[in-house]
Design a protein around this ligand. Structure first.
Ligand SMILES: [Zn+2]
Length: 460
């Protein structure tokens, strides 16, 4: 058996790994690489392997860096199904169509510039039609099922990262290969804890936070309440840029609990995004995947975990614009998470110069994004090409991360059968985070620990 790594190596984006046995190939993930536009376009447009040579494909969860290049895989000749859990199928539907729309929009803008320079137009990486075609290949399976794919038998387990996320457990050639996908955290709201798989010979492990520790999630609601109360008392509004999948629902869920406990005032709350609203709809119809606490909320009252009096989901763009005429304190949750595009830019533009207001950052902000500039407390920022002084208060809550931190990653490995586990491949990590995992994993007695490079192939 061989394993080859094409994406999500040396970086946390664009995951693509291939297992090969008996002349058949199983592709794990087909993620989109996200980064500088030109580099990303080059990487995403040309798959590094021949899609026609792939026999099977399994995907761990519906984040775009794990599913985002499926339309290209299928357009380039992959003829099989793409296996993922049922909630992942429902989320992928929304996210792949959204990604195609973004690609088409980007290329339209780029081609306008190219025309001005006398250069020929380019095609989008994939179109809405490509995405729609890819959707017909998605096959939802449940956690309990074992699927036979040629020489591979795959079994998905809950990874506790986002709704429907999975660890993929593969039996092949009398060995067990466990792929963590993105490993979640224990005691996260809404979803269940990651399933501890103990038996594996080979582990392909993400290590996004291999060099960092998260704050305790139990403090999240207290901190959130303090921030909201402080802003409401001075009559300000709170803008929360949040990813449309999981983070938006998680914030709403926490606000609901705070309201129930009367820990925050009854401010109007708006989730301003058609995508976040549709994603929430998928959550509402996936109650079987919730943890016990959230199940109780589902069964206990007809409002459910993602609704409460005073909360509105806004899809219409005119309704969204009207929010900026509101003068009373309120909370607006709006993508994008890194403040690079989307409706949140309008809300930031209208709120950022007033010291009564607060901007709450609840996710990782990559370099060169507006979100990062806010985190760095830059005094002046550009929004839609115009400069604005930052007078609003900026708060950062890193506690919301959906990834296991260093200790949780190590605990996961510690709880495996260490007499059996002989090799670990570290993927989905910046070089520093991956390196930081080597020493403690060696101390657990793991013989071979590998940080693969792009394109590297290993006999296992
Ligand atoms: Zn993820």
């Amino acid at each position: 058996m061989k394993i080859q790594f094409w994406g999500g190596v040396g970086t946390v984006t664009g995951s693509q790994h291939i297992l090969k046995s008996g002349g058949r190939s199983l592709l794990l993930e087909c993620g989109l690489f996200q980064g500088h536009r030109q580099e990303a376009e080059e990487i995403n447009r040309h798959l590094p392997f021949d899609a026609r040579q792939i026999d099977f494909c399994c995907v761990s969860h519906a984040h775009i860096d794990h599913i985002g290049n499926l339309p290209n895989l299928i357009r380039n000749g992959y003829r099989g199904k793409v296996l993922m859990t049922k909630p992942s199928v429902a989320l992928s539907r929304l996210l792949l169509l959204d990604a195609a729309k973004i690609q088409e929009g980007d290329i339209k803008y780029l081609n306008k510039k190219r025309r001005e320079r006398g250069e020929p137009p380019k095609e989008p990486i994939y179109t809405t039609a490509d995405a729609e075609h890819a959707l017909t290949r998605l096959q939802g399976i449940s956690y309990a099922r074992r699927e036979k794919l040629g020489p591979f038998t795959v079994h998905f387990h809950d990874a506790g990262h986002i709704l429907g996320s999975s660890l993929i457990d593969i039996e092949v050639e009398n060995q067990r290969v466990l792929f963590t996908g993105d490993l979640g955290r224990k005691k996260m709201p809404i979803i269940r804890d990651p399933v501890q798989v103990t038996e594996a010979d080979i582990l392909i492990m993400e290590a996004t936070y291999g060099d960092r520790l998260h704050g305790d999630y139990r403090d999240v609601r207290n901190r959130l309440a303090t921030i909201i109360n402080r802003t409401a008392e001075r009559g300000g509004r709170i803008i929360i840029p949040a990813f449309a999948v999981e983070r938006a629902q998680e914030i709403v869920y926490n606000l609901k609990l705070l309201r129930q406990e009367s820990a925050i005032p009854d401010l109007p709350v708006f989730v301003d995004s058609p995508l976040a609203s549709q994603v929430t709809e998928v959550y509402r119809s996936s109650t079987a995947y919730f943890d016990t606490e959230t199940q109780t909320l589902v069964n206990g009252e007809h409002d459910g975990p993602f609704d409460f009096p005073g909360l509105r989901y806004i899809e219409d763009v005119n309704e969204s614009k009207k929010l900026n005429q509101l003068h009373e304190p309120c909370i607006i949750i709006s993508p994008s998470g890194m403040c690079e595009a989307g409706r949140v830019l309008h809300h930031l533009k209208h709120s950022i110069t007033d010291s009564k207001n607060l901007i709450l950052i609840v996710s990782f902000q990559a370099q060169h994004t507006l979100g990062r500039r806010l985190v760095e407390h830059q005094p002046v920022v550009k929004i839609f090409g115009e400069e604005f002084p930052v007078r609003a208060e900026i708060e950062v809550m890193n506690e919301f991360s959906a990834h296991a931190d260093r200790n949780a990653l190590l605990d996961y490995v510690k709880n495996m059968n260490l007499r059996r586990l002989r090799r670990i491949f570290i993927v989905h990590a910046e070089p520093q985070a991956a390196q930081a995992m080597i020493e403690p994993l060696h101390q657990l007695g793991i013989q071979e620990i590998t940080i693969p490079e792009k394109g590297a192939e290993y006999e296992i």
